[in-house]
Design a protein around this ligand. Sequence first.
Ligand code: FAD
Length: 406
Amino acid sequence: MAMRTSLSISRKFLHPRRSLSSSRPANADVTHAVIGAGVVGLAVARELASREGTSTILLERHDAPGTETSSRNSEVIHAGLYYGVDTLKTKLCIKGKEMMYDLCARNGLPHRNTKKWIVAQTEEQWAAALKTHEHAQKIGVPTRLIGRAEAQALEPEVQALAGIVESPTTGIVDSHSLMTYLQGDFEDRGGDCAFLTNVTGIEALNGGKNGYRITAVTSDGTETSITAETLVNSAGNYACYINNMVLPPERHRTPYYAKGTYFSYAASFPKTSVLVYPATLPGHGGLGTHLTLDLGGRIRFGPDVEWVDDPNDLVPSPARLQQALREIKTYLPNVDPEAISLDYCGIRPKLERGGAVNTGKGFQDFIIQEEEGFPGFINLLGIESPGLTSSLAIGEMVKGLLYGRK
Ligand SMILES: Cc1cc2nc3c(=O)[nH]c(=O)nc-3n(C[C@H](O)[C@H](O)[C@H](O)COP(=O)(O)OP(=O)(O)OC[C@H]3O[C@@H](n4cnc5c(N)ncnc54)[C@H](O)[C@@H]3O)c2cc1C
């Protein structure tokens, strides 16, 4: 039978520290517990650890950070073009992008400001691309139209029959280097990572007024517990389960999953130096089978959108290849189909089935909030793209929710 002990890591936190506020408990093991060491949990934990006189623990069930969605994405630093003016996705993406470029430049983290082209092949797609361009002007994100002659000179292999909108601030980042940096900086700030620690239960003590008791099972099957003054749910595809451990049944949530398969490209021709995205029509669940680059300049295509029932359904879907190939050929007609292979896939945490990626019907914004009636419990739900880009800004926002703006 599993033994109930206190997390051994908690002992080092048993030192005097300042409470968050007079209404928050001062006798918990730690000030902040963050569940989930993906890029967002790492960024949040790092930000909270910078608060003087506090202690922060990051609980992660795997043996290393970022082994789920944070290492299964396109690694694009998004510009923030696609979402409504007042959405968190717009605000946090734009802020996060600036913070990301700055952090990467200051710390020598591999990244590149590649730029991105939104390419339209039909009048309908061109109308959608122009809408994105107009919207970008409204929210202060630079975009410009590229004429046929310029396009031919810059990227002769890219086809855009109806027009091109360029996003000059889009780029790519090595997400693994970023996460390694965030973990190191978090620990330098006094934070602690508890790996192989699977959170299985949460008790809101006196409705959260006295903090939260978190129960977890470690790799050897030992059940442990720790108390925290505040709790951040950054569990990615499993965030709804954590939500349901804390909130009453009428506030439970059902998770949905949109899988995206990637395809690698082994040939050195055709080449591009920019990222290429087909113009998306409202209501699409992703950004189309686009072309992104890694820092070595290698092309990969994807991800597409496939609704699945299991967040562990991580085998790339061969059936998707023909559809992807049709989409790829529209903007890269000389692509060699023989050089395209199935690569990897990632799963987007969705809060509704069939939700749109941009402002179309069913758009779902990030949910980042302190839950009503549960003081100090910060829920992060639906942190799909642009979550990587927004991660540093999400960290700042969570700190603001707990402590007020600077
Ligand atoms: C196909 C795809 C492409 C994308 N492309 C981009 C892109 O180009 N640019 C961009 O900005 N964003 C992109 N995103 C979004 C981005 O990858 C995510 O928003 C981001 O990685 C989410 O990070 P996270 O920390 O919230 O979640 P995750 O990386 O999923 O981390 C959650 C962590 O919580 C842990 N966990 C869960 N439950 C428990 C538990 N009970 N106990 C302990 N630990 C637990 C998990 O093990 C995991 O490590 C993409 C996403 C997908 C799926």
